[in-house]
Write a protein that binds this ligand. Sequence first.
Ligand SMILES: Nc1ncnc2c1ncn2[C@@H]1O[C@H](COP(=O)(O)OP(=O)(O)OP(=O)(O)O)[C@@H](O)[C@H]1O
Ligand SMILES: [Zn+2]
Length: 834
Amino acid sequence: MSLFEDQHNFAEVILPVPLPKSFCYSIPLGTDVELAVGHRVLVEFGNRKMYTGVVSEIHQKRPEKYDPKPILEVLEVDPSVTEMQIKLWKWVAEYYMCTIGEVLNIALPSGLKLSSQSYIQLHPSFIVEENLEMLNDKEFTLLSTLEKEQTVAYSQVSNIIQLKSPYKTIKDLIAKEAILLIEQIKEKYKPKMEKRLRLTEQYAEHPEVLDKLFESLGKKAKQGDALLKYLTLVPVHEDHMTNYHGVSKKEFINVGKELSASSVGTMTKNKIFEEFERQIPRFELSIADRMLPTPELSAAQNECLQKTVTGLNDKGVCLLHGVTGSGKTEVYLKLIKSVIENGSQALFMIPEIALTSQLVRRLKVYFGDVLGIYHSKFSDNERVETWKGVQEGQFQVIIGTRSSLFLPFSDLELIVVDEEHDSSYKANDPAPRYQGRDVALVLAHFHHAKVVLGSATPSLESFYLAVKQKYAYAGLTERYGNAQLPEIKIIDIKAMRKQKKMKDDFSDELLQLVHKTTEEGNQAILFQNRRGYSPYVSCETCGWVPSCPDCAVNLTYHIYRNELRCHYCGHKEHVPKTCVSCGGTSLKTVGLGTQKVEEGLKTFLTDIRVGRLDLDTTRRKHSYEQILTDFEQGHIDVLVGTQMVTKGLDFNNVRVVGILNADSLIFFPDFRAHERAFQLLTQVSGRAGRRGDAGTVILQTTMPKETLFAKVARHDYRNFYRKEIQERQQYHYPPFTRLIKLTIRSEKQELTRDSAEWLGKRLINWLGAKRILGPQEPVINKIRNYYLSEIMIKLERENFDLKKAKNYIHHAILNLKEEKPFKRVWVSIDVDPN
Ligand SMILES: Nc1ncnc2c1ncn2[C@@H]1O[C@H](COP(=O)(O)OP(=O)(O)OP(=O)(O)O)[C@@H](O)[C@H]1O
Ligand SMILES: [Zn+2]
């Protein structure tokens, strides 16, 4: 025990490590701050490793078995984490069967998780020489080192400034905006810059010179247009100060299609315009956005709003079931608005942020500065900013993905879960494998808040609970503004081929429709759920198919680099010149991916402009928005894509949607296959004809008689639901049971098999054979050189001790790992798997 230790008080600290408990530390005497639950503290753990942990309890029970180490530093004056958050972490850890450290790890943004692996760097806008008077010696020493070294590991800081506890210095420098804390060197903070354009001084400040310029440009019509356009956007003639900020170059050139980039370029060369760079705020509204009106609700929307409000008061949760394009968003916005007026907080959850830039913009217009944004694609700094903004009450509304559930809300009144059926609400790896929609319900319960679940195609689970009247229900059965739901035509691919009415993968009808609609100045969306050119290639002589060396999957052909790629591990190789198996020299591509759709379309309809939206075209941070902006502004006629094109897109001019092959959607070996197929097909169809004339959807399939397709075509959710829920009940699937999936992994197939068998037997002993399915190898039984096996556990929802069952499962896994031969086996637990 050290002399400086408080002998009576100890702190339980949650650490970001996968061990199933918190750890006890002693509280050093003379700490400036009185330690409280939720404080972030720096502690040593294990072999001289430092971590940021969160205090979960303060108590007087000195551990008997070991001498607790002291807390090294208290990292803040006011706790960053609320007790409510810790309560939620505990719930998530218990329900999803993971450790609380794993929850902390995803809940706390890295920027708040200073550790021995953290780094600091100079703030890009801080100039040391200009700020000497605000720096003490230690600070100056550190900053000078940073000027030379760019980044310094936190662990080196004490050496540099000769202080055992450097945290205070670091904290002060962060407060002075002199340094930034980063988690990894590669993620350096970079302000977002934008190229802008303005008139050069000679014209901007001298109207008579500007007039002359106009005259002299007379013959060069294009340049004259550009100048005129500039002056309409930036009224230099009224107030020459407006020239200072100019316009965004990109936006300027895009505003009117008629403006040619080359004449703007010439004018810059001739010193009429000048280019400059400016740092842009994270969310700036474009010229067009600032003019968006905030709409009045239609009568149907108003009725739905009233129903929702009553429903929420009655049941706390309301399912808002509105067909595609019915205007659910406006209803949510009204609900959120009244929360803000009460001075409380609202969370607007969306499945994936990238897919919703349109929506984010709408909300920004509507809510302005009280809106905060939060998702995992944000940098550390951005996430910490939002966290603080929520904590300090600046942000009353948050739009974000599932991780925003972990923000420090203090007064949450409403959570809206938009597209509640979307499978991306479920987190896969790493643990916690939580379902965002379900955690939203729990969080709301803790806060006595209300929840709106919105969708055009509700999940079976939610609709079932609405039918059971556990949830309230509000419907919107018509599209906003008299728009009609699209007509959906089912096309029989086989029959068309026989009649020679197919060109490769396109029916004549689809091509004609796309052609006609683009002729008329409208647009189309084509959906194919595979990226790449073709899902595999095969030797024409012997049938050999190249597969991934590390995963049990065929390699997908990508045309641009003439490459074969594994979509599971990222492995890439060149297409072999000869067949590895027989030496044959011709390989054929088999199956259809988005690249091939794009290529085919360009071959059959030569004049149209095609864009593609899939994982391959959207890897760069803003490429997704760019493609959508191009589509929105009419620079693209047809958008080809994977399921990315199905979600929430709202464009005026899309008249035609083509589904190239709907078959594969329902052949998935999964009890949710039909539900997913219905949702996907309805959602993608829902992009057509959202305004003006009705749209048309061409659904191509080799199974035209499949009843699911007929239900999609009739927009018949209820009959789809009836049949599906019946099957779930009959075969004991959710929502009638609860599933827990165990995935067993090892580097050897035998070992995986044996350990899975062992585990399966143990579970059968404890839980009974009828609750255990498998072990079974999944269809893809090897990923990244690990062999997989799965055990599915099916548990009753009612009259069943879930806690006890979970304990058995934990124990069975522990016991497995204690068996010597199974030491190198990993088991992951997935509660309510997707
Ligand atoms: N009251 C209103 N006044 C003006 N425009 C509206 C109104 N309500 C909805 N709209 C417009 O109708 C379109 C469809 O609305 P919205 O995107 O909210 O539909 P949705 O129900 O979310 O559909 P989906 O489920 O297909 O995403 C949007 O462009 C929206 O701006
Ligand atoms: Zn692979």
